[in-house]
Structure formats: C-alpha cells, structure tokens
Design a protein around this ligand. Structure first.
Ligand SMILES: Cc1cc2nc3c(=O)[nH]c(=O)nc-3n(C[C@H](O)[C@H](O)[C@H](O)COP(=O)(O)OP(=O)(O)OC[C@H]3O[C@@H](n4cnc5c(N)ncnc54)[C@H](O)[C@@H]3O)c2cc1C
Length: 401
C-alpha cells in the first residue's frame, strides 16, 4: 500500500467496522478501512434486532443476508434452575407489539460476506487488506501505519479493532473490566423438530442455555457453563454432545445433530471509560464487550456505527473538523446511556441466575411472573428490547443519512 490521505480511517473489518465504513462511504465521505482478511473465519451467529435489520436494509446490505437469516417471532424464557422458587414460563410474541419478528438470526460468515460485498461497491471506500501496526495521534490528524508498509492520514480514526483495540490504547482510553466465572460454548445444530421461528432461553444455574433459530431445521446454541465443566464438554464426541444438548433442552427440538465447529468464550464485560478522545472514536467491542446474554453486543455495535455516521454528516454540514472534540464529546453523550443500560441489565440478569441469595432469586422470579401476567409491562419490555428509547439513530429508523 502507498501512503494515503482520507477523511476517516476505520480500523478493523468485523461487522461493526464494516458497517461504519459503509455508512460513511455510502454518503460519499472518503473513508479508508484497514481490515486484515485472516481474521474473518468463524461460525458464531448473531441475533440482529429489528432496528439493526432496518439499518442494514437502508445501507443496501440486507438483500444479501435475507436468504440466510431466520426470523425470530417468539421468545420463550424457561426457568430450569431446579430451585425452590420457580418462575413461570414467559412468552414474548412479536405480534403483540405489531411486528412480524423481533429480528433475525444469521451466521456471522454470511453477515460479513454481505457487508464486504457492499463495501466493495462503494467508490468512496478504500479497502486496505492489512493490519494497523501503529496509530499516531497529532493535533490535526491521525496516522495509521500498516504492518505491510504505507500509512493512512485522516482527520478521525474509528476504532473497530475489537477487544484488544490498538486505537483505544493509542488514545489512552482505559476500560473497566469484569470477569465472570462462566464460559460460553457455542454450537450450530441440526434437529428433527421445527423451531417455529421461536428462540428458547433456559435459565439454568451456571447461566443461560439459549437456542436461537437458523434457516430450516437448524439452530444456534449459546450454552453458558462453569469454566470447570467446559473442558469436559468441549472434548465430548459429537454424538455424546448431541445427547447432552438434547437432555438439557428437554428434547424440545427432538434429535440433535451437532455441526462441525465449536466456539468457547470466557464471559467478560468491558466498558471503555470514554467512547471518544483525541481524534479516536470507539465502536463495537473496542467500546464495550457484553456477556452473550440477551443478544445485545452487536446490536449496540451497529447503533454505534449508525450514530458515528450521523454525527460525521452533521459536523461536516456545519463546516467543522470531523475529528474535533465536538464530535467525540457528542458521540460519548449519545452512546453512554444506551451502552450502560444494556450492560447493567445483562449483568443483573446474569447475577440473578448465579446468586444463591434468596431475595435476588425471588426478584427475578417476580419480574418474570409479572412480565408473563401483565400485558402492558410485557409489551413495554419488548418495545424497549427492540427499539431502545435511549438510542434510535436515523439508520435504525430506516432513514437515509
Ligand atoms: C458467543 C457469542 C454470541 C453472541 N451473540 C450475539 C447476538 O446474538 N447478538 C448480538 O448483537 N451480539 C452477539 N454477540 C456479540 C457480537 O458477536 C460482537 O458484539 C461482535 O462480533 C463484535 O463485532 P466487532 O466488529 O466490534 O468486533 P470483532 O468482530 O472482534 O472485529 C474486530 C476486527 O478487528 C480486527 N483487528 C483487530 N486489531 C486490528 C488491527 N490492529 N488492524 C486491523 N484489524 C484489526 C480483528 O481481526 C477483527 O476482524 C455474541 C458474542 C459471543 C461471544
């Protein structure tokens, strides 16, 4: 790569970085995306809520995702704690809030392929297949030096480089980190009974066991276990693993077939102390990592991307510098409440499962009981889940930038 000058440089080609780059370049803003191709293979899936799907539609990405994405029309929560206080099953039906589906579940490989295909169509987007090696922040510019040689000079760097963000470190932004004594195992499964577009979350003592529909007779599973149990489970044969999953899911999907490729993720929560400083803004997991409970992580990441793009367009219209503190301050202000409210909710739910503290168990049980019984409360929870009051950027509402 030769030396390049661009208005914005996005570092990291995961789903958050690709979406940010597409949103910016899609309205003609000169953008460079530094993305190493080696990092994209994985078989994780993502439940994208309705606002995220709407944003991907608006950005011209969803057409290539649609055939690989399964609608989530119903969500069931089943208390499988085996404790004295057992909450009743709660069902959330998207039709109750006038939606056809809460969102769609898609394998990350298809989502990233659709994003990459769209990115390659945009003349204002320079794709640099390399890794950022060094990020230097000056008063009026930021320089990203690539591992393979060459550099990009820009007014603003968008850090989409994940948990170990180099850009975040360069901007001296610290993170609050919480480690849980839990590990998430991920699998994709075939099964013989239909899922009826319904996701099922069993609340068990080590954590949630969540089945989310994929297209056809397939589902993805996030299975949260005690770290001490993970090595044994990970070394089970496919047949034994299938039996274990069938038992823990009470056979609701019938006979299970475990597909090749298993993932293992120690549960951790991380939140950057600020989401923007010194010509660097953080999106996706560079800004926040949540335990994979309640499908929040990337939905937050896409709202980060949509917010950044909206702010950059507004600041340019004013004729101001897109890397100015005005942008980083406004971004921090617009994202903090959304990120914190989701992080706290996921943490509380998770702790209520782990806790032996009876009042906390009772509060969780009562919350689920009330949710099941009181329609307006249930509908309010569903609406907040799909379209958070704290953040509805234009792209999530289907409006162009
Ligand atoms: C088990 C599990 C299940 C989940 N399920 C859901 C779900 O259902 N719904 C949901 O919304 N979220 C879910 N999440 C969260 C979601 O997967 C993450 O939020 C999302 O993948 C983060 O995307 P990202 O682009 O921010 O980061 P990443 O996907 O980590 O991408 C970062 C990219 O930056 C690259 N990079 C790093 N350093 C550099 C560098 N120096 N130069 C260039 N590139 C660099 C990396 O190689 C990588 O490609 C789940 C997470 C887990 C673990």
């Amino acid at each position: 790569m030769e030396n390049l000058s661009s208005e914005i440089v996005v570092v990291g080609g995961g789903p958050a970085g690709l979406t940010t780059a597409i949103a910016l370049a899609g309205v003609g803003i000169e953008t460079a995306l530094v993305a190493s191709s080696s990092s994209r293979a994985e078989n994780r899936t993502t439940a994208l809520l309705a606002g995220s799907v709407k944003a991907l539609e608006t950005l011209g990405v969803w057409n290539n995702c649609r055939q690989h994405a399964a609608p989530l029309r119903m969500m069931r929560i089943i208390d499988d704690m085996g404790r004295l206080l057992r909450a009743p099953e709660v069902r959330f039906d998207a039709r109750e809030i006038g939606l056809d589906a809460f969102g769609h579940n898609i394998e990350n490989q298809y989502l990233c392929a659709a994003l990459e295909a769209r990115a390659r169509m945009l003349p204002s987007l320079a794709l640099i297949e390399d890794e950022a090696d060094e990020v230097l922040i000056g008063d009026d510019k930021v320089t990203v030096n690539a591992r393979g040689g060459g550099s990009i000079v820009a007014r603003l760097a968008v850090a989409a480089d994940g948990r170990q963000s180099l850009c975040r470190a360069a901007a001296s932004i610290a993170c609050d980190v919480r480690r849980y004594r839990q590990t998430a195992l991920t699998f994709n499964l075939g099964h013989c009974r239909a899922h009826h577009d319904s996701a099922t979350e069993f609340h068990t003592q080590p954590g949630p066991f969540t089945l989310v529909p994929l297209v056809g007779l397939r589902s993805s599973l996030v299975f949260v276990v005690d770290p001490a149990e993970a090595p044994r489970l990970m070394t089970l044969s496919d047949e034994d693993m299938a039996g274990e999953i069938e038992r823990r899911s009470h056979s609701i999907l019938g006979k299970i077939n475990v597909e090749p490729g298993r993932g293992i993720f120690p549960l951790v929560a991380e939140t950057a102390r600020t989401f923007g400083a010194r010509r660097v803004v953080l999106v996706g997991e560079a800004a926040h990592v949540l335990p994979p409970i309640g499908a929040q992580g990337l939905n937050l990441g896409l709202r980060d991307a949509a917010t950044i793009a909206e702010l950059v367009v507004a600041i340019r219209r004013q004729g101001s510098d897109v890397g100015s503190p005005e942008l980083t301050d406004r971004y921090e202000h617009m994202r903090r409440a959304d990120v914190m409210s989701r992080s706290i909710a996921v943490d509380l739910l998770n702790r209520s499962l782990l806790s032996d503290f009876l009042p906390l168990q009772a509060a969780r049980g009562l919350g689920l009981f009330l949710m099941g019984r009181i329609g307006p409360l249930r509908r309010a929870a569903m609406r907040e889940g799909v379209a958070p009051a704290a953040s509805q950027p234009r792209l999530m509402r289907g409006e162009a930038l």
